[in-house]
Design a protein around this ligand. Structure first.
Ligand code: ASP
Ligand code: MG
Length: 410
């Protein structure tokens, strides 16, 4: 008899029928003799709607109150699922993050889990109940409700699986696994049977929306096997797990894209020590997380500095940087919202050379100009004009043979 943590995303609990479907699936698992802990997201687009409500009151809601509001979404879905399980004759009990004892720091809207108390859940399981936990939320030492960042129910599930020593953390979602590219763009994209934590972490932070990046980081740190699979189909999905030697056989594992960023440039910046610190210090003070940074070669004592950031933060960043530009006597600040980042990811890059060259050649052949480049040990990212995103993703998927069976690509 195994202990299994199952997490169902917003689209899987979007309406009463879907909640009944989830209940059916949970009961099936329990009937196989497993103990089950279920973590749920808020129904459908509830969290977005709650954010919208707050915005309708004030453009900059207090973070504590925002968490108080956002946490209600998961309280609704967890109670409804517990009712659906009981209606099927199963003992079940719902818990908020607070009731479970998911203790976090006080960084509202992006709190970090510090400790998880397992007694309440253990007691419920002992009593033969199915424990249904509201995802995405925790509580501070001062009893203030916190949330774990968008997509944070994944983290709740992985962290609970780690704390309870569960055999596996199953993430049920509206896609049936992790693909070599977005199947909406590349029809030949292939579902991966297995993927390493490291690759999944890169993919999640490079725009693949299937798992929250922080949850993968946590899974890696605590060795929690994560199985991403469909809520609506019985087939196995993708296992996110420790890297094994076979994984390096493929040159690259997947191509991802991210259309959520913008690019900001500060023009003709005096090239002297301390300037970058002033620019990025100011951006950091705003709580804005910068992604890629490029500084051009200095000419006659001046240089241009460009960087990417979440598009939603672009207006605020440009606002404060115009001030900085005046102070340091730069020529001005420009921005571009219509950019996209396409990335190749794979642990195979450690042992295969020429991936970057082939990526650049593929984009060149399609006449796509590269605006920025960044690399790490297992990924290469290029920023391009947004209108070329589909073309770039398809061309790269084809050039690296990702549609074929693993190992057959080279
Ligand atoms: N409901 C939250 C969100 O939309 C958490 C989650 O779905 O994982 O971000
Ligand atoms: Mg999600």
């Amino acid at each position: 008899m195994a202990l299994i943590v199952q997490k169902y995303g917003g689209s899987s609990v979007a309406d009463p029928e879907k909640i009944q479907g989830v209940a059916r699936r949970v009961v099936e698992t329990a009937e196989q003799g497993h103990r089950v802990v279920v973590v749920v997201s808020a129904m459908g687009k509830t969290t977005d709607q709650l954010v919208g409500l707050a915005q309708a009151i004030t453009p900059s809601p207090d973070a504590r109150e925002l968490d108080m509001l956002l946490a209600t979404g998961e309280q609704v879905s967890s109670a409804l699922l517990a009712m659906a399980l009981q209606a099927r004759g199963r003992a079940a009990r719902s818990f908020t993050g607070h009731q479970v004892g998911i203790l976090t720091d006080a960084a509202h809207t992006r709190a970090r889990i510090q400790r998880i108390e397992t007694e309440k859940i253990a007691r419920a399981l002992e009593a033969g109940e199915i424990a249904v936990v509201a995802g995405f939320q925790g509580v501070t030492a001062e009893d203030d409700i916190t949330t774990l960042g968008r997509g944070g129910s994944d983290l709740t599930a992985v962290a609970l699986a780690g704390a309870l020593g569960a055999e596996v953390c199953e993430i049920y979602t509206d896609v049936d696994g992790v693909y070599t590219a977005d199947p909406g763009i590349v029809p030949e994209a292939r579902k991966l049977g297995r993927i390493s934590y490291e690759e999944m972490m890169e993919m999640a932070s490079l725009g693949a929306k299937v798992l929250q990046a922080r949850s993968v980081e946590f899974a890696k740190k605590h060795g929690v096997p994560v199985h991403v699979r469909s809520s609506f189909k019985p087939d196995p999905g993708t296992l996110v797990t420790r890297e094994d030697p076979g994984m390096e056989d493929a040159v690259v594992t997947a191509v991802t894209h991210d259309r959520s960023e913008a690019k900001v440039s500060i023009l003709r910046v005096p090239d002297r020590p301390g300037i970058a610190a002033q620019i990025f210090g100011t951006v950091a003070e705003q709580g804005i997380v910068v992604d890629m940074i490029v500084q051009n070669i200095s000419r006659d004592g001046y240089t241009d500095i460009s960087f990417t950031l979440p598009r939603g933060d672009r207006a605020r960043a440009v606002g404060v940087l115009e001030e900085v530009a005046r102070r340091i006597e730069a020529a001005g600040v420009t921005y571009e919202d219509r950019i996209a980042k396409v990335s190749m990811v794979g642990v195979g890059m450690r042992s295969h050379s020429g991936v970057a060259a082939r990526m650049f050649a593929t984009l060149a052949k399609e006449g796509i100009n590269i605006l920025m480049i960044s690399t790490s040990e297992i990924k290469i990212s290029c920023v391009i004009e947004d209108k070329y995103t589909e073309l770039a993703v398809r061309a790269l998927h084809e050039a690296f043979g990702l549609g074929k069976e693993r190992g057959g690509g080279e």
